[in-house]
Design a binder for this molecule. Structure first.
Ligand SMILES: CC(C)(COP(=O)(O)OP(=O)(O)OC[C@H]1O[C@@H](n2cnc3c(N)ncnc32)[C@H](O)[C@@H]1OP(=O)(O)O)[C@@H](O)C(=O)NCCC(=O)NCCS
Length: 189
């Protein structure tokens, strides 16, 4: 894992000469909808968290592929929150968008909403997650992605929040690496 100088940047990108042209958030925003059935339940009779996580990964993967214009793999999923139980007969909508882009990676923000499949009651938010996808080439090596161009105040806020999460992920990874290196150093023997 390499830390890139881009992490120090706090500005929201625009198109810069010589770079891959940016893509607006709306160009890849995606909603995946699915009706929950008995095949999706856990032992308590509500929908299994893993079923929701699969939908979250699928929706985020579609967004990452659309934004980067090719294959992209899940590098991490964090802050997956289950806010309310999902039940058989719920129509689940998984809404995903690119929150932030780095050099080869993208943070995808996902919101999970549920409504009864046969009632016109408002959809309720039942979950959320943040995933990092890396765009890869045919050999599975990271490749550059277009910078995302946030369009609304909400997109810009999400971009800035994603930068904070990115800094925390890198800092946590560095701290753990240092701790492990210190633990295995010969001077400790
Ligand atoms: C993700 C993967 C391509 C990264 O490869 P790598 O050799 O570590 O490459 P890098 O260190 O250059 O990382 C590439 C980008 O991903 C980011 N990244 C890698 N691992 C990450 C992690 N665990 N969390 C957050 N971001 C991560 C890096 O910060 C970098 O972003 P940037 O270019 O925007 O700065 C590689 O680890 C991989 O193929 N993993 C398996 C993916 C997979 O199979 N997913 C499905 C799960 S079943």
């Amino acid at each position: 894992m390499t830390d890139h100088a881009r992490d120090a940047e706090t500005e929201i990108p625009g198109d810069a000469p010589g770079e891959i042209p940016g893509k607006p958030t709306s160009a890849s925003r995606t909603t995946l909808s699915h009706i929950m059935t008995h095949a999706d339940t856990n032992l308590l009779g509500t929908v299994h968290g893993g079923v929701i996580m699969k939908l979250v990964d699928d929706a985020a993967g579609a967004v990452a592929g659309r934004h980067s214009g090719g294959p992209a793999v899940t590098a991490s999923m964090d802050e997956m929150a289950f806010l309310e139980p999902v039940r058989v007969g719920d129509l689940v909508h998984v809404k995903a968008q690119v929150n932030w882009t780095g050099r080869t990676s993208m943070e995808i923000g996902v919101r999970v909403l549920a409504e009864r499949w046969n009632e016109s009651t408002p959809a309720q938010q039942v979950g959320s997650a943040y995933l990092v996808f890396a765009a890869v080439d045919a050999d599975g090596k990271p490749r550059s992605v277009p910078p995302v161009l946030p369009e609304t105040d909400r997109d810009r806020r999400r971009y800035q929040e994603a930068q904070i999460r990115r800094q925390h992920r890198l800092a946590r990874r560095r701290a753990i690496k240092e701790l492990r290196a210190a633990e295995s150093s010969p001077s400790d023997a």
